[in-house]
Ligand binder design. Structure first.
Ligand SMILES: [Ca+2]
Ligand SMILES: [Ca+2]
Length: 122
């Protein structure tokens, strides 16, 4: 399941916030097109489809090599037109989703974020 914050944090604060929760979450990993559609639908429903929302991808370890926030390899990515730009004289190392497309932006900016949790149904 997904959870969208109603407050804004930097990307690394968002990583910690998702991870520190009791049910072992993480900043959302969008693994395929189907999940991308699902996450965008949820953001759209929440009236956040048009906003930058942090997702769990970054290239802060090595410029141009995008991974999930835990260092694992991406299985899917949906960059918007002309993205990732990398930055002009500054670093754009953290990923956001907007209108279902991704952009790389400066990690120190503050945006809302989407956590993903795995729920065990008994
Ligand atoms: Ca970058
Ligand atoms: Ca960018």
């Amino acid at each position: 399941m997904y959870w969208i914050s109603d407050y804004m944090l930097t990307w690394s604060e968002a990583v910690d916030r998702c991870h520190n929760s009791s049910n072992n979450g993480h900043l959302v990993h969008i693994d395929n097109e189907e999940e991308n559609t699902e996450v965008y639908a949820i953001l759209y429903e929440a009236n956040r489809g048009y906003e930058y929302i942090w997702i769990g991808i970054h290239d802060s370890e090595k410029e141009g090599v995008w991974t999930y926030e835990d260092g694992s390899n991406l299985t899917y990515v949906n960059w918007g037109n002309g993205e990732p730009t990398g930055g002009w004289g500054y670093e754009e190392d953290c990923g956001v989703i907007r209108f279902g497309d991704y952009n790389d932006i400066t990690c120190e900016e503050k945006y809302r974020f989407c956590c993903e949790y795995y729920v065990v149904i008994e």
